[in-house]
Write a protein that binds this ligand. Structure first.
Ligand SMILES: [Zn+2]
Length: 124
């Protein structure tokens, strides 16, 4: 079936991405291991703090991506891949081509972004 063939390709893409992100997280873990503190000056080192903050932020971002990937894979195993988790309609093939981890159709994604941006606006 044509559709199944597409899923095999998507699965390969997703698994390759999952692998890449796992490796990136491992690298970040290594980089963010507590450095040797040589002096009190080091503790106050602002750039180190910023750097560590950046590493933590990047890691959180990668972990969020990994969760999305795992969700896509489990949805694939359950046969729900391509189905919008919000409205239950099929996700547009063009959209999945651009983002194999999409769990929302274009309409629901736009709606979600609209809600998120108004939420951010409220919290500003
Ligand atoms: Zn939808």
């Amino acid at each position: 079936m044509k559709q199944e063939h597409g899923d095999v390709r998507a699965r390969m893409l997703i698994e390759a991405e999952q692998d890449k992100i796992r490796k990136a997280i491992k690298t970040l873990q290594r980089d963010s291991a507590p450095p040797m503190v040589r002096s009190a000056e080091d503790l106050d080192n602002a750039s180190t703090t910023t750097e560590r903050y950046n590493i933590a932020a990047r890691r959180a971002c990668l972990e969020a991506e990994l969760i999305q990937i795992e969700e896509a894979l489990s949805r694939m195993n359950d046969g729900f891949y391509r189905i919008c988790r919000q409205c239950g309609h099929l996700i547009e093939p063009d959209r999945l081509q651009a983002n194999p981890f999409a769990t929302l159709c274009i309409g629901c994604k736009r709606e979600e972004e609209r809600k998120l941006s108004s939420y951010r606006h409220l919290n500003r």
